[in-house]
Design a protein around this ligand. Structure first.
Ligand SMILES: Cc1cc2nc3c(=O)[nH]c(=O)nc-3n(C[C@H](O)[C@H](O)[C@H](O)COP(=O)(O)OP(=O)(O)OC[C@H]3O[C@@H](n4cnc5c(N)ncnc54)[C@H](O)[C@@H]3O)c2cc1C
Length: 404
């Protein structure tokens, strides 16, 4: 039994940790030259879907390291007007319509640094992660499945899992009828050092899970803090010395998002724009706000800004197929308006592991295990896609999901 995972992102690595813990052979392949080859994004909000999956996947000392490096924010999503006056303060479980948010009866929320989470997920997987491996397709036969990479390499396993994100190459072959759509929403994403954020943001914005202000154009300025209880490198030295985590500073993630027309009509130029250009554009978009919100992106860290195009999948019927399945953004890509994509990818990883173990123990066939996983995963996954689209329409003017 050997599982081949395509994609060393949040969901793929979590599944690899689960399988390692269950003593099932695993190999992970990623197109990037290494884990830090490209900007990974900044703050991620994890709810109990994600936290429970990580708790089940990680060995105890590694989960302790995850907890030590995760911020416990106040459990609120706060909405402000353009003067930064508070309009509403939602319990985040109500805001994100989280259904699986209770662990031992307690709602849980953590703000984590994506790169630190990925570093933790990579621990003890160095020997099974293969970089510079871009999947192009696969072939199945009676005894297994072969993943085929762009440089001609192949990898052979019993099952193949596509965890290769929103642009999934594996999905194109596994689910040729699946359709993605441009949501019409765009964002500029960057970060502020904590000391600079203190000068330009109200105090609750440095404590709550997420704070957002809107104008009548549905342009949003959103901020979310990552203030480490223990600095990651120090936490690793103290709690798990063999896990080397890189030094990180406290920061506030900052997103300026809205309809794509607000950002200009030259999308190619925006994709190629430097961080400085995007930081300047973000400040100009907020120039008229009475709070002086333009000073927020202006106080951002040089070099930290990049452009994000938001896509969504259109929910569809995933037909069964032998030995090959999908998880995370590779199947249920959603816009980040509920901040749930990573949580659902982590939940998928835990669920898939459970069905693979049942198959491994001989309780049911490979096909039956994958079909049971896919039935449950597509039910909750596509539901979150729909809810994210509804929230995105309300907040950002996201286009409605086109009928399939
Ligand atoms: C601005 C923004 C903010 C967000 N905030 C939140 C949040 O607060 N909370 C939350 O839950 N979610 C959030 N999300 C969503 C979250 O980032 C994604 O849902 C999550 O990363 C999906 O994980 P994944 O493992 O499925 O895919 P990814 O993390 O995208 O990983 C995919 C991996 O596959 C690799 N890959 C791609 N193609 C190939 C190929 N052909 N061959 C080999 N490897 C390949 C990539 O290099 C990558 O490493 C946010 C998203 C955005 C854009």
């Amino acid at each position: 039994m050997k599982i081949i995972i395509i994609g060393a992102g949040i969901g793929g690595l979590c599944l690899a940790q689960h399988l390692r813990a269950s003593q099932i052979e695993v190999a992970v392949y990623d197109r990037d030259a290494g884990p830090w080859d490209r900007k990974q994004g900044y703050r991620l909000h994890l709810d109990a879907d994600g936290i429970s999956a990580l708790k089940a996947a990680l060995p105890g000392p590694l989960f302790a390291l995850f907890e030590a490096t995760s911020m416990h924010p106040l459990p609120y999503t706060t909405i402000m007007d353009t003067s930064f006056a508070i309009q509403r303060r939602f319990q985040t479980d109500d805001y994100s319509k989280t259904q699986h948010h209770l662990t031992d009866g307690i709602a849980q929320h953590l703000n984590v640094n994506r790169a630190t989470l990925r570093e933790i997920l990579l621990q003890d997987l160095e020997d099974v992660c293969h970089w510079d491996a871009r999947l192009e397709g696969y072939e199945t036969d009676e005894t297994g499945v072969s993943a085929i990479f762009s440089d001609g390499r192949t990898a052979r396993g019993t099952m193949l899992v596509g965890a290769d994100g929103a642009g999934s190459a594996l999905r194109r072959q596994r689910a040729p009828d699946a359709k993605m759509m441009d949501s019409g929403a765009r964002a500029i994403y960057g970060r502020l050092a904590l000391s600079d954020a203190r000068r330009v943001l109200p105090p609750h914005a440095l404590a709550d899970i997420f704070t957002a202000a809107f104008d009548t154009r549905k342009l949003i300025l959103g901020v979310g803090p990552v203030i480490y209880p223990m600095a990651p490198d120090q936490a690793a030295r103290a709690l798990l010395p063999q896990a080397r985590l890189r030094t990180q500073d406290d920061y506030i993630g900052c997103i300026i998002a809205g309809r794509k027309e607000l950002f200009g009509d030259d999308e190619a130029a925006l994709r190629a724009a430097s961080s400085d250009t995007l930081q300047d554009l973000a400040s100009r978009l907020l120039a008229e706000w009475p709070s002086g919100a333009a000073k927020v992106p202006r106080a951002g860290e040089a070099g930290s800004f990049f452009y994000v195009e938001m896509a969504s999948c259109i929910p569809f019927d995933l037909q069964p197929e032998t030995r090959v399945t999908l998880l995370g953004d590779a199947i249920h890509t959603m816009t980040p308006s509920l901040g749930r994509g990573a949580n659902v990818a982590l939940r998928d990883a835990g669920l898939l592991r459970n069905w693979i173990v049942k198959h491994h123990k001989g309780e049911l066939s490979c096909d039956a295990a994958l079909q049971a996983y896919e039935r449950e995963m597509t039910t909750y996954g596509f539901e979150v896609v729909r809810r994210s689209a509804d929230m995105g329409a309300k907040l950002l003017g996201q286009d409605p999901l086109s009928p399939s």
